[in-house]
Design a binder for this molecule. Structure first.
Ligand SMILES: [Zn+2]
Length: 340
């Protein structure tokens, strides 16, 4: 069985005698390549090559296509943002209901950002056909937060929830269209980070009333494309894990949580991903601390279900190389210890 098949089966909840190690290593790979970060991140070929070479060098799993901010930019580029400036990214351009009327039409086949991603995917498939390709696509509600400006998004949730729902509705189909295009290009897994929808930012009630339905619809559409889906519960989700784990994700990439409790409660039905603290352990910890945390995570999670070992958020660009080697070694040792 190839690596890609093993990893996809892991996400389907089937243990294959292998623990995938998949750090979210996009900026890390760009830094590792030794070229200027800005240049790599804005050039799809340089970027793809950095990701491919870096993965091979450390022998972890998975390739990351650079995050897709394209829908916000495609819909809102050139509109006036909250500072009165012409926006390049579509951030903060939907401040009132009237601004909804000004959004551009979305054409997936004419989107330059998407074009660059597809180019990177092609290179990855050619050079590493046995590695799954992950890409970052934010949910409709998270994208709405960006386009409305987060402060305005939170205030509107309380003062005018129908407005927020309308923005989410307007953004949903363009996002689904993009996902379809990425699926055709050969992406395997959508990774959906939701820091702005966490308990660190909004109440469980607001999440449930305003964001959840669109998350579930979006997830369903992603899975209809034949893609796997991993939600990244970035920040505090303890008070709403029951909701998140019921939204049709194949995997949940956890962060600040009671890891044992989450594995115990949800690991049987959903693949868990995590949970090495990205900054205190991966970046600043000793190799020994990384090994102990990683090994502990594997043994804990594997006693309930399937698991992907990863830092608990994006891997910082300056993580010491030895810490990555220790993370990979811990996963191999855990498999040996389990003895299957
Ligand atoms: Zn995160």
């Amino acid at each position: 069985m190839g690596k890609k098949e093993q990893i996809l089966l892991t996400l389907d909840g089937k243990y294959t005698g292998y623990i995938p190690v998949i750090p979210v290593a996009n900026t890390f790979a760009a830094r590792w390549s030794g070229k200027p970060m800005g240049e790599v991140m804005s050039n799809s070929e340089l970027y793809a090559q950095a990701v491919i070479d870096c993965r091979k060098h450390f022998d972890y799993d998975g390739l990351w296509v650079n995050g897709f901010g394209g829908v916000a930019a495609a819909l809102g580029q050139g509109l006036t943002d909250k500072f009165g400036q012409e926006s390049l990214t579509g951030e903060g351009v939907i401040l009132t209901r009237e601004s909804l009327e000004q959004l551009h039409e979305f054409r997936a086949d004419q989107d330059l950002n998407l074009d660059g991603m597809i180019n990177a995917i092609r290179m990855m498939k050619e050079q590493e056909p046995d590695q799954p390709i992950f890409t970052v696509v934010s949910s409709p509600a998270s994208t709405a937060a960006v386009m409305m400006d987060v402060g305005n998004f939170y205030i509107s949730m309380i003062k005018d929830p129908e407005f927020v729902k309308e923005v989410i509705r307007r953004i949903t189909e363009p996002l689904v269209e993009s996902v379809k295009m990425l699926a055709r290009a050969g992406v395997d897994v959508i990774w959906n980070p939701m820091p702005t929808l966490s308990g660190t930012c909004i109440s469980r009630k607001l999440y449930e009333q305003i964001c959840r339905e669109s998350n579930m619809y979006f997830n369903e559409q992603v899975r209809k494309c034949g893609l796997r889906l991993v939600a990244h519960a970035c920040g505090k989700w303890d008070d709403r894990f029951d909701l998140l784990f019921g939204e049709g994700n194949d995997g949940v990439h956890v962060s600040e949580c009671n890891f044992q409790e989450v594995c115990q409660m949800y690991g049987k039905d959903t693949c868990i991903m995590g949970d090495i603290p990205s900054v205190p352990i991966m970046l600043f910890g000793t190799p020994e601390e990384v090994y102990q945390t990683a090994f502990g995570n594997c043994m804990e999670a594997l006693s309930y279900g399937t698991f992907i070992l990863s830092p608990d958020c994006g891997m910082p660009p300056d993580v010491p190389y030895e810490n990555i080697e220790e993370m990979c070694r811990a996963a191999r040792d855990a498999v040996e210890k389990i003895g299957k």
